[in-house]
Design a protein around this ligand. Structure first.
Ligand code: AHM
Ligand code: MG
Length: 322
């Protein structure tokens, strides 16, 4: 049957978001435009990452090219591409990137109503060995774009309008939530389009996997140590859980979303607030987790209730409960 071998009705990410938008008659397509610029950034990074192994040969980020010129590192390059794409969308007013020391305030002539917080290339320790890495982003909306201050992005994660990540792995997958569930889109390289492949993602109710950097165990607190011990030596006769840890948050979270289980980066004696950054790591991922039916906690409270401080290096202990 032809329809089974060749899908002929392709739900692209743009078509999907336009459909969603048509349910809000007041919407004027601004989010669709913003998203198409985020998607452009993701496609660029995907292409650059897939060529990274050839860096020495063709002269890519972080290496010296054939002309002997030092190339920009992949994370710096990715950041520049995202910043330029977001500004040129004409729909943003503040950008906060993991790569930038300070927030970028968009020139009034190009200003729009969205604030975007993002980590353009997360999982830096995995870049040079070809392991999955990703981009993480979250979107806030301002009330008055002509009068913006940093306070617009120093809001709890529950005020985000949308969040997502793109994973550069065996395939390039973009997972997005605009506040009504979570959907996954996979890049078809021959079309250059993200196609809906994972509609309405829900995290499995039970999972057999825990995901944590156990190398930090000597610095953990009592409850964390006890929890992980229980994963390995369950008292109730259940089978022990499996450990999977990539060290790329996007990949570890993606697996957790699809297979279930728990991912955690607990606080420890060395980093009393944990390692992950609230604004562009914890919030977007917690937003997606909740939208997929899961939970995200700091150990003390719901992660999305945290209020970030002006210091954008603010971090939090994060865990997703089973
Ligand atoms: P990065 O922004 O320097 O890449 O660090 C963030 C990454 C996350 O993707 C991942 O969850 C974590 O660091 C892994 O840290 P560790 O290597 O300490 O386990
Ligand atoms: Mg990061």
């Amino acid at each position: 049957h032809e329809a089974e071998t060749h899908r002929t009705d392709l739900m692209t990410i743009t078509r999907y978001v336009l459909n969603e938008q048509s349910r809000h008659p007041e919407s004027r397509g601004d989010f669709t435009i913003l998203l198409s610029h985020i998607v452009l950034g993701c496609k660029f990074v995907c292409s650059a990452v897939s060529k990274a192994g050839l860096a020495k040969l063709i002269g890519l980020a972080g290496e010296t090219n054939v002309q002997g010129e030092e190339q920009k590192k992949l994370d710096v390059l990715s950041n520049e591409v995202f910043v330029k794409a977001l500004i040129s969308s004409g729909r943003t007013c503040i950008l906060v990137s993991e790569e930038g020391e300070e927030a970028t305030f968009v020139d009034p002539s190009l200003r729009g109503k969205y604030c975007v917080v993002f980590d353009p290339l997360d999982g830096s320790s995995n870049i040079d060995c070809g392991v999955s890495i990703g981009t993480i982003f979250g979107v806030y909306m301002v009330k008055d774009k002509d009068n913006v201050t940093l306070d617009e992005v120093l809001q709890p994660g529950k005020n985000m309008l949308a969040a997502g990540y793109c994973m550069y792995g065996s395939s390039c997958t973009l997972v997005l939530s605009t506040g009504s569930g979570v959907n996954g889109f996979t890049l078809d390289p021959s079309l250059g389009e993200f196609i809906l492949t994972h509609p309405d993602i829900k995290i499995p109710k039970k999972g057999k996997i825990y995901s944590v950097n156990e190398g930090n165990a000597k610095n953990w607190d009592g409850p964390t140590t006890k929890y992980v011990e229980k994963c390995k030596y369950p008292k109730d006769g259940a089978s022990p859980k499996s450990l999977r840890y990539i060290g790329s948050m996007v990949a570890d979270v993606h697996r957790t979303l699809l297979y279930g289980g728990i991912f955690l980066y607990p606080a420890d004696k060395k980093s009393p607030n944990g390692k992950l950054r609230v604004l562009y790591e914890v919030f977007p991922m917690s937003f997606l987790m909740e939208q997929a039916g899961g939970q995200a906690f700091t150990g003390k409270q719901r992660a999305l209730d945290l209020v970030p401080y002006e210091d954008t290096s603010e971090v939090a202990h994060l865990s997703w409960q089973l």
